[in-house]
Design a protein around this ligand. Sequence first.
Ligand code: PMP
Ligand code: GLN
Length: 389
Amino acid sequence: MSKYSSQRIQGFSETVFSKYTNLAKKYNAINLGQGFPNFKEPDIIINAYKQAANDYQQYAPSTGMPILKQMAAAAKSKLIGKELNPDTNILVTVGATEALFAITQAFINPGDEVVLIEPFYDAYPADIMMAGGIPKYVPLYPQKDGSWQLDFDDLRAAFNKNTKAIFLNTPHNPTGKVFTANEIDKIIALAIEFDSLIISDEPYEYSSFSDFVSPLSRTNAWERTLAISSVGKTFSVTGWKIGYVTGNEKLIADLHLAHQWIPFAVATPLQIAAAHAFEQANQKGNNYFRDLRTSFMKKRDILETALEKSQFRPLKSEGTYFIMADSSALGYKDDIALCDDMPKRFGVAAIPPTAFYCDEHKYLAKNLVRFAFCKTDEMLIEAAKRLSK
Ligand code: PMP
Ligand code: GLN
């Protein structure tokens, strides 16, 4: 850190995603760490991209290109079973990442408490703390059957009159848990009781292998929910950094006030391309979303089966493109020691999940490891071979 660094960034270091991608590169290992697809991007997005690249070079409106808002609203409406107004219910952002930052800037005051479910996506505490908020952590616990469960007494205990928001992430990175309707309704009830916002991070909404429920689909949550989507995940183009937020008119208007000072607007040609991709995927008879889900399910099965034959014990992944595994049998001191050694020893990189827990709860993840399965089947099969050695 330089002598000029702000208090806001004290304690920050390189993200686990950068660290283990660099380690994978160093040892020429298969990168099952950072979640990015390595297969050919879908034709619908690449064709749309080539067309848009010719014509759209100037600023987009700050809230997003109308055609993208229209197409994204149509897709989200279908998913949540609720009519959306593209003009007022959607804001286009620089990926889910900027959405998270803009939301915390727009809604969190210094001293506000925010409930986070552990393991959390690593940007949440950083964004909350940069806004001056205080994260309160509630762990998910792996069960004997491999599923992950919340203790709702713990969750209730984390709420109080200072609780401004709860962050939900479904399908959940890194566990792959998909929150059930019953769990979503219990979370909504707590948010209503304590008058808190629900920030529902849903970048894997189209990679859910069991019934996906967004709190946005619940009438009683509409006044307090913002849901975050990622075009990067939906169309396997993580490098595009395009996303959008869905919510009621007032919340979206507040959010825009922060967003206009962050990027002002999002890359125009990418918005047009994303709009055309959604337009095609939304068409009757187009099975894009279904095929995406079944393709990731197949990849999950390949990796899960491979892990079962190795010394790793896979837990249940019901969505996303991640799976957690227990690594106790390998005898490492902790998950960092294991992940530091894996690229060199096995030729496979993975992520140590303690990065997704607060200091007090890191012991819960010491014997866990996260693998990404958003890779070609051939690469997964090769990784499986290496892991089973
Ligand atoms: N939230 C979660 C849960 C994620 O896994 C990710 C990264 N894939 C993001 C947010 C950020 O998404 P984006 O790449 O669209 O910024
Ligand atoms: N979301 C991706 C993951 O969980 C990584 C995103 C990033 O590198 N910041 O692997």
